[in-house]
Every structure is written in structure tokens, then in C-alpha cells.
Design a protein around this ligand. Structure first.
Ligand SMILES: Nc1nc2c(ncn2[C@@H]2O[C@H](COP(=O)(O)OP(=O)(O)O)[C@@H](O)[C@H]2O)c(=O)[nH]1
Ligand SMILES: [Mg+2]
Length: 314
């Protein structure tokens, strides 16, 4: 699922400016049409064209905002929970319904003032309903100041969500920072994410795919799983949701060079058991660790230290 394509939501002033410009253009075109001698009919044609252009633009823009925004209720559980922890779902819902309401109001005013323009008994009275229409529309649209901000802020947050295929079989790579999770993901899938020398710099969830026979499997490198559920930052919360809701299995990465003490690494491993999922234990950096150390460690755990062997077990 990918929220990159959500379109930017502008300010009410922006929408009104564009709408009134469109209205003017369409009125000018109507004015240039020749062949209509009756000035009353001609001026009605011009104003009808104007209000219709304004209505078309605003209704089109507002309906697009509402329709293109993902429906919370129809999202996979992972994205629902992600929205709940990263933005105000209730306020977003209200804001979207305000925009939908504005679109309905504009159509309603358009029908009313179009009829009034049509009924105007003389040319100089044609402008009056048109002006009233503009005033009513502007006051409706100006009420969208806050909703537009809320929707656009939500859009920006959602743009940063990881692209997870929630329906695909998924395996999470878990472990302390710097133990080699991202490097392992790269070795298994060839995807080239950021491999950092710094513990806390990973800003995103990395995803890669590998083929297991005919089946495509999603591998998710979950950064910053730091054993402190109460103090998780946003990215750690995302990682936690992936472990809880998306991954069916974990690869736990132990690093025996101990960028973090083995004791802490064991504690994190133990804490994963609460998810009640299969855990494959991988020992990273086998190229720089004494083979005897891995051997000793493998008395404690069934361990894998070769990415290619791990690949077949995923
Ligand atoms: N020698 C060696 N270094 C590794 C290996 N895996 C990771 N590293 C290094 O360990 C550091 C942290 O790796 P990274 O994959 O970013 O760890 P992450 O924070 O768990 O994602 C980087 O400097 C990597 O180059 C490995 O198998 N062998
Ligand atoms: Mg990493």
C-alpha cells in the first residue's frame, strides 16, 4: 500500500481564486458568442456560464479530495493502527466530511441561483443573483480553512508510511541497531536500502522481496526494536505494528561482536516470544567472528550464520 499519490490539499483562498478565474474565462467566452440579439437572454447566458464554471471547478476539486483519500474503514489493520497512532483519525474524518458537505452546499446554491438568474425580468437584475452566489460560495469555502489543514497534514504524515504489502507472506528482521539487519536484507533480497554505521539513524522501514519457489515473500527490516515499549518513537511503533500485524515469522539477528551486550540481545529475543510467532536465529558478521564463538553460541540456540541457508528457511 502506497500513499505517495495523495494530492496536495490547498487553502480555501486558492480554490476560490481558481474558481473565480474559471468563471471569468467562461463568461468571456459566452460574451464573445455572436448571434444572440436579445440583451437579456445574452446576459443570462453569460452569468449562467460563469456560475456553472465556478460550481464545476469547486465540486470537482472537493470531490477529488474526498474520493481519493483512503477510507479508514477499508484499510488493512496495519494501516488503520498506524493512522491511529500517528494522526487524529476522528478529526480527519470530520474534516473530510466538511469538504463533502461544502461540495453539496455548492451544488445546492448553484441550482438555486441558476434558477434566479433564469427568472430575472431585466438585464440589470441578472448580476444580483450571481453576486449572491459568489458570496454564499465564498463563505462555504472559507469554512474549510481548518479541515484543509488537517487533511493536508494527514496526507503528509501518510506519505511517510512504509510501503507494506499486507496481503503478502512477510518475515520481519529484528534485532538491536547495528547488528546487521539491513545488510542481511540486502544479502537476501538485493534491495539497496541505507546501511548505516550509526545506531539511531535509520529513519525508515526497509522492505525487500525474495522468491520462495513460486511464492514471493516480503522481508521487512524493522529498525530500532529497543525493548522499551513505553518509550518507542514513531519508527519503533511502526516496527512493533509490523511484528504484531504483518509478519508471520521473525528472523532475530544476534551480533556476537556485541555492539550491544549479549545479555540485552537475549532479553530482546525473549521479549519477542510474546508475539507467538516462529523465530529463526541468525548470527551476523560470521566473517569477523571466531568460529568457535559461533559454535559455543549454537549450543544455546539453533543458529544460522549463512544468509543462503537462512534464505531457504524463510
Ligand atoms: N564484517 C561484517 N560487517 C557487517 C556485516 N553485516 C553488517 N555489517 C556492518 O555492521 C554495521 C551495521 O550494519 P547494518 O546492516 O546497518 O545494521 P542494522 O542497524 O542492524 O541495520 C555496518 O557498518 C555494516 O557494514 C557482516 O556480515 N560482516
Ligand atoms: Mg538498518
Amino acid at each position: 500500500m502506497n500513499f505517495q499519490g495523495l494530492t496536495k490539499v490547498e487553502t480555501p483562498t486558492f480554490y476560490l481564486d481558481v474558481a473565480f478565474k474559471r468563471g471569468k474565462t467562461r463568461a468571456d467566452i459566452a460574451r464573445q458568442k455572436t448571434g444572440m440579439r436579445d440583451p437579456l437572454r445574452k446576459s443570462k447566458e453569460i452569468e449562467q456560464a460563469r456560475v456553472e464554471a465556478v460550481k464545476d471547478y469547486l465540486v470537482g476539486a472537493f470531490d477529488a479530495i474526498v474520493q481519493k483519500f483512503p477510507r479508514y474503514d477499508q484499510l488493512p489493520e496495519f494501516y488503520k493502527e498506524l493512522m491511529s497512532i500517528t494522526l487524529d483519525v476522528g478529526e480527519l474524518r470530520v474534516s473530510l466530511s466538511r469538504v463533502a458537505w461544502a461540495s453539496e452546499k455548492i451544488k445546492e446554491f448553484w441550482r438555486r441561483y441558476r434558477a434566479q438568474i433564469q427568472r430575472a425580468p431585466e438585464a440589470k437584475l441578472v448580476n444580483k443573483p450571481r453576486k449572491e452566489f459568489y458570496g454564499r460560495i465564498a463563505s462555504v469555502v472559507n469554512q474549510l480553512k481548518h479541515p484543509c489543514v488537517v487533511i493536508d497534514e494527514s496526507r503528509k504524515i501518510m506519505k511517510g508510511y512504509p510501503h507494506i504489502k499486507t496481503e503478502m507472506r512477510s518475515v520481519a528482521i529484528v534485532g538491536f541497531p547495528n547488528v546487521g539487519k539491513t545488510t542481511l536484507l540486502y544479502n537476501l533480497t538485493g534491495s539497496k536500502p541505507e546501511i548505516g554505521a550509526y545506531a539511531f539513524t535509520t529513519k525508515s522501514i526497509n522492505v525487500g522481496y525474495l522468491m520462495q519457489g513460486d511464492e514471493k515473500v516480503q522481508l521487512i527490516d524493522t529498525p530500532g526494536a529497543l525493548n522499551r515499549v513505553d518509550k518507542m518513537n514513531d519508527i519503533e511503533k511502526q516496527a512493533h505494528l509490523i511484528m504484531k500485524l504483518v509478519a508471520e515469522k521473525f528472523v532475530y539477528v544476534y551480533d556476537l561482536t556485541e555492539p550491544y551486550p549479549l545479555k540485552l540481545q537475549r532479553e530482546l529475543y525473549e521479549s519477542l516470544k510474546k508475539f507467538k510467532k516462529d523465530i529463526l536465529v541468525y548470527v551476523s558478521k560470521a566473517d569477523i567472528i571466531d568460529a568457535s564463538l559461533i559454535k559455543k553460541f549454537s549450543q544455546e540456540h539453533k543458529v544460522i550464520s549463512d544468509p543462503q541457508i537462512l534464505k531457504n528457511l524463510i
